[in-house]
Design a protein around this ligand. Sequence first.
Ligand code: DP6
Length: 421
Amino acid sequence: MADESQKWVLMVTAQTPTNIAVIKYWGKRDETLILPVNDSISVTLDPEHLCTTTTVAVSPSFDKDRMWLNGKEISLSGGRFQSCLREIRCRAGDVEDEKKGIKIAKKDWEKLHVHIASYNNFPTAAGLASSAAGLACLVFSLAKLMNVKEDHGKLSAIARQGSGSACRSLYGGFVKWIMGKDEKGSDSIAVQLADEKHWDDLVIVIAVVSSRQKETSSTTGMRETVETSMLLQHRAKEVVPKRILQMEEAIRNRDFASFAHLTCADSNQFHAVCLDTCPPIFYMNDTSHRIISIVEKWNRSEGTPQVAYTFDAGPNAVMIARNRKVAGVLLQKLLFYFPPQPDTDLNSYVIGDKSILKDAGLEGMKDVEALPPPPEIKDNIPAQKYKGDVSYFICTRPGKGPVLLSDESQALLNPESGLPK
Ligand code: DP6
């Protein structure tokens, strides 16, 4: 007969946002501890539209640590997963669940195994910082399960060892990852600059750009940049420290012109550093370049920036509009240049916060092709259109940090077996 005392399963479910850097992290000074060559600043994206949900479970009946991502079992043997698990485990505390009659002493955690199930509410393949949300969620949920009494700063230093950008996903709003000085990385942590309510006019539109090309991973790309680019040294030492101060001030004062100027310049310099790598790395494609031109032309015609753009290690454009009205106009322009394929309706072409479409009078629009050309096209040459070059758009906004989901129906693991539902 099975030992009754072996039957319990204790679970925690959490949700963690993804983030987009406006001052980029690119380059490590320590590959194992994941210590960067410069500070970075990001905006956390609303988890309603882009997030990872993770359930972690512990049971004496589990015989090894296991993980499932979007329903498929994946290996936990990688060094980065192991670092996160080790760092969390050694900080575990006593846990008691009186209702279930479960008692776990601090020292028991060394012998107990965990099951982890993670799910992204956006396509992992779209290249939208899924590792940042994923690793942050893993660390946050395990810390809750194991009653780790560390603050978010300490947890961010653990998430950092899973993936650098993950440390910034432990907070909502505007977040700075301080590079730190310590060789062990104890001071390389994320801090919140302002919460998501501080600047809630901002609207974020992401163009998921179709791409056939297999991209160089961030990890490999930045290693090659560190090894070969002189421009990176200049960027890390001379450019970023000044930009960080200016960006902090722009965020503090909700100074959109300065925020947009810095965001675009830093994205462009990051891609310039990629081009300065040997062999050169190309993350943006023609569509990305077209989007930059559209935004630049519009900003110039208005005399002051309306929209900022930024691109990570891939061709997708993340555009930040100064307010909802501007975001509506931006969508009109983007839909003019990048109309959906004839078999795609607008409702599935623009996803996320649909109220932007509605406010711009675009909701339910049947014939996107009939949209008038943007006024900054002054010449008589008909504007070229690029149907099919954007897969879809996501409308979102700055959002909150990690949260626990207490409703058991949202758990990804079965409460009896501890296996994926
Ligand atoms: C271009 O955090 O994915 O998105 O630390 O090697 O896991 P690893 O890299 P990762 O790099 C992100 C790079 C970036 C810029 C940024 O998010 O700051």
